[in-house]
Design a protein around this ligand. Structure first.
Ligand code: GDP
Length: 326
């Protein structure tokens, strides 16, 4: 019998890479999709037609119970969230409701619907929980100090996952994933903003980029590597929490250097315009993850390096933007 998985956040980069990964392993994959005429629905249907989409919303618990009853999953991956930090400052209530309470609703739906207690649950926790970091590098035991409504909501989701594991003996895991990117990353995130801009400057489509704070540093990995870690967590004998990261930190300047080197432009600074609109009320300055527990227990390691990742993203953006030029 094929294993069955239900993924929330199926239209995001992780949802899509995870769906492909699980389909390759012979899983039947169901994806929860929100709203009427969701424009991202078509992308999933075209790129991964084998995924069966189920309508439902993390804001509506009965739709989650229905989705579980219909899909009868062995594994649930809760990747759905309002995931953009900058927007979370503008819509803190929505962020708390979906990113925070959404996880509780899914856990509650599982508790109610899964009487046989067969479902394994994965919670997408985030390095944003570390925020104003208390120590470097950050491990599973580093205290949290979130710096945005998004980070705060993720802390709630993280602890409610632990709480359901302890209270109801659920197989519930939490992956504390550091920033991870890919050609499927949304355009609002800094890596994609940089790689698309490099491609557009090269093609003569754009000359200026309004940009925020240049001082942040991140531990950036590849989404395609990170979804493998999610699956590995659910294949263990016991549920646990794991940091998933590369252990390397890069600056935004490194990011732009690499993206522009890929299109053969050395000095990108004249193209950047500092813009207050992209500044955040509070910042996460620097993140570095220690993934040694994941390496030891799961045998997981990242495969794609930061330069390889940026190269892959620029190549993809050159192809996309070149089509617009025609
Ligand atoms: P985050 O780590 O989840 O917030 O990932 P992002 O890719 O959204 O942002 C990474 C860092 O880049 C943050 O410190 C942002 O403040 C910084 N940054 C500076 N300018 C921009 C910008 O124009 N867009 C985005 N998304 N981030 C920016």
């Amino acid at each position: 019998m094929a294993k069955r998985a239900l993924i929330t956040g199926i239209t995001g980069q992780d949802g899509m890479y995870l769906a492909e990964f699980l389909l390759d392993k012979g899983y039947l994959v169901f994806g929860l999709i929100r709203g009427q005429n969701n424009p991202k629905r078509l992308i999933v249907e075209q790129e991964i037609p084998k995924v069966e989409l189920i309508e439902g919303d993390l804001a509506d618990i009965s739709s989650l119970v229905e989705a579980l009853v219909y899909s009868e999953p062995d594994e649930v991956y809760n990747l759905g969230a309002m995931s953009f930090v900058a927007l979370s400052f503008k819509q803190p209530e929505l962020t708390g409701n979906i990113t925070g309470l959404g996880a509780m609703r899914m856990l509650e739906a599982i508790r109610i619907a899964d009487k046989a207690k067969k479902i394994k649950y994965y919670q997408a926790s985030s390095s944003e929980m570390f925020g104003k970091v208390r120590e470097t590098p950050q491990t599973e035991l580093t205290p949290f100090h979130p710096r945005s409504p998004y980070g705060v909501a993720k802390v709630y989701a993280h602890y409610i996952t632990l709480n359901y594991r302890e209270s109801y003996d659920m197989f519930a895991c939490s992956g504390i994933l550091f920033n991870h990117e890919s050609p499927r990353r949304g355009y609002e995130f800094v890596t994609r903003k940089a790689t698309r801009f490099a491609a557009r400057v090269k093609l003569g489509l754009q000359k200026e980029l309004a940009f925020g704070n240049f001082d942040s540093k991140r531990d950036w990995g590849y989404s395609g590597d990170y979804v493998r870690a999610m699956w590995l967590m659910l294949q263990q004998d016991k549920p646990d929490d794991y940091v998933i990261a590369t252990g390397e930190t890069h600056s935004i300047k490194d990011l732009f250097d690499l993206a522009f080197a890929e299109v053969g432009i050395k000095d990108w600074k004249p193209y950047i315009k500092q813009d207050e609109r992209f500044m955040r009320p509070a910042e996460v300055d620097v993140l570095t993850g220690d993934y040694s527990k994941a390496k030891k227990v799961l045998g997981w390691e990242p495969k794609v390096s930061f330069p390889e990742l940026i190269k892959m993203m620029v190549k993809n953006d050159l192809e996309i933007e070149a089509k617009k030029k025609d």
